[in-house]
Write a protein that binds this ligand. Sequence first.
Ligand SMILES: Cc1cc2nc3c(=O)[nH]c(=O)nc-3n(C[C@H](O)[C@H](O)[C@H](O)COP(=O)(O)OP(=O)(O)OC[C@H]3O[C@@H](n4cnc5c(N)ncnc54)[C@H](O)[C@@H]3O)c2cc1C
Length: 674
Amino acid sequence: MCVEHLITARHFAERAYAYRKRVYNKATTKRTPQSGSKTRAQRTRFLKTRRSHSRKMNVSEVPEAPCSSPFVSGLSLTDVCSGNSATLFLSMVNVLAAYSPIINGVCGRITPIKRPLPIYDFIVVGGGAGGSVVASRLSEIPNWNVLLVEAGPDEPVGMQIPSNLQLYLNTELDWKYKTTNESYACLKTNGSCSWPRGKNLGGCTGHHGMAYHRGHEKDYARWVEMGNEGWSWKEVLPYFFKSEDNKEIGRVRAQDHGTGGPMTVERFPWQPQFAWDIMSAAKEVGLGTTEDLVGENIKGFTVAQTISNNGVRLSTARAFLWPHRNRKNLHVALNAMATKVNTKKILSKVKADGITFIMNGRRYNVRARKEVILAAGTINSPQLLLLSGIGPKSHLKSVGIRPVVDLPGVGENLHNHQSFGVDFTLSETNTNELNINSADMYFYNQTGPLSSTGLAQLTGILASNYTTNDDPDIQIFFAGYQAICDTGDRIPDLKADGNKETVRFTSVNLQALSRGRITLASNDPLHHPIIWGNDLANPQDRSIMYQGLQHILKLPKANAMKKYNMKMVDDTVPECEQYKKEMNYDYWDCQFRYNTRPENHQAGTCKMGTSSDPMAVVSPALKVHGVDGLRVADASVMPKMVSGNPVAVVNMIGERVADFIKNDYKVIYTLKAD
Ligand SMILES: Cc1cc2nc3c(=O)[nH]c(=O)nc-3n(C[C@H](O)[C@H](O)[C@H](O)COP(=O)(O)OP(=O)(O)OC[C@H]3O[C@@H](n4cnc5c(N)ncnc54)[C@H](O)[C@@H]3O)c2cc1C
């Protein structure tokens, strides 16, 4: 152990006692939105208390949790950071976060069941962006009991710190999907793209960038044009509001946002100066800025609002399930993988009867008195339907599954936002934002670099020449200045270029025309399905990305960015060298196909549509065609992915399905559309 590590260990050990006392006190008093910024007197008082506790404390003392069943387990930071990182420092950060009710919710988490009941009113499969909302809302009805089945474990401690964005990808908390047989994308990796997906309570919302967006009015008009009545902008908006508790009314307009819902929406408390300089550059080069991409001005660059709470990640599970941990009628099964929806035939009708799942090595068959709702995501929901005999008949037969309902659209219509990023080095040397001072700030009041995702909170929405300004189809993402440990080669996206500060600008096509599909590799539910993304097959998709890239390349030339002396990193693959001199469309088109960096916004594989559409899988009420008592409520039902970050849309889908069900069983109200 080096001297620096010893100093770090002592420094943090000395703080442990004071932090513990402070966070427990703080957890019992409700925070106000302004509480992040302490007055000078308050801070002096805190520092005095900290010093006095430090003197008194026994260094070997471990913080105690103030409840009988604390959650302090899961993958530790030292498990997911590379061996070269400062192990002792990371251990201390992990311990301090673990015992903090504010950061880790040490006593506020759900307690998973050990064994299920034989029958529930509703079974929800998947505890991600859709499933957590559905289970929460259905269990509001006291005489319904609900089982939520999630394949992964609870969210680990370090995941709650926003700057750890992506840190748990490519670990056991990721399904680690890879596409195959791509002809136009990821050619550098032999036509196989990595598609990470969260395998933990919260699903991808434990890993995602937290950016809050809804797409635009035109996205929903397209859904209606495809036959989905009841899904217009006017009709979906009340359900966005229902979930939301916007903390910035005033800066953003009250008429565009909801308050009082379970999901707080805010801006992170910290932004790197580079983000504000990009905002100036965007103004300077004519790309424009906006206060709120969800409001009246849907184009331009902005520091996005995020789904977080006072600088702590707020997964959908944390927002919708944790507060209801004491509901007797809500059972949550973790590490419980559903392998099949069981069906029975009543006269000529097929009805979902329950599910089979494996938990802790044991197989359970649990029945559903009323309905099963699949919310396992764009890859796993169609996989489960296929495993249950619901899908294209010929494909099912080819893998030895007896067809129950011939539904040709299951697994089809797979699409994603497609993207390509360019890296730039800056003149400044790379100073890791994860250090003692930033950790100190974070544990003091959840501010500073750890309370944000660095440049990932900055975004821009633009329109290509294929569309109009009221229907923009390009998004710009950024990465860099992220306070995160070294992950070695595990997450290539987080690697810096040498010792220079490195940033990434990414052009995203929001309205992909290319379509792929998901099929079964075998009838074994534990085998990954075959995923063929077919990304970028349509030349228009690449052309839209190219137009976004041309906008990106204007930014480093702006006066506002001169001080950084930005240099584009040459990442030319040998196959594209021949076009490099010109740097024209042919060059970039080649680079897009070899060096593709797919987004994580997959959708469409259980497409919503009426029964007159042979490729529709669910009705506009999200009921699986041809099967009673079975619905889907996740990203897979979107017939066309919206033009922006999708998670709030999936939450909205969860809110809607719960209301559809409540209406069908005549237990409650409908929200008014205006
Ligand atoms: C790295 C990353 C960054 C992202 N950034 C953003 C962002 O900034 N903003 C945004 O809006 N969106 C973002 N997204 C996308 C967003 O998170 C997803 O679109 C959204 O979470 C999809 O919701 P879902 O309910 O369909 O699936 P998920 O949230 O993935 O939930 C599915 C759940 O089902 C579980 N499951 C699957 N199969 C089974 C089974 N057989 N049995 C039991 N459980 C099962 C999974 O483990 C998972 O918990 C990001 C995604 C990723 C991966």
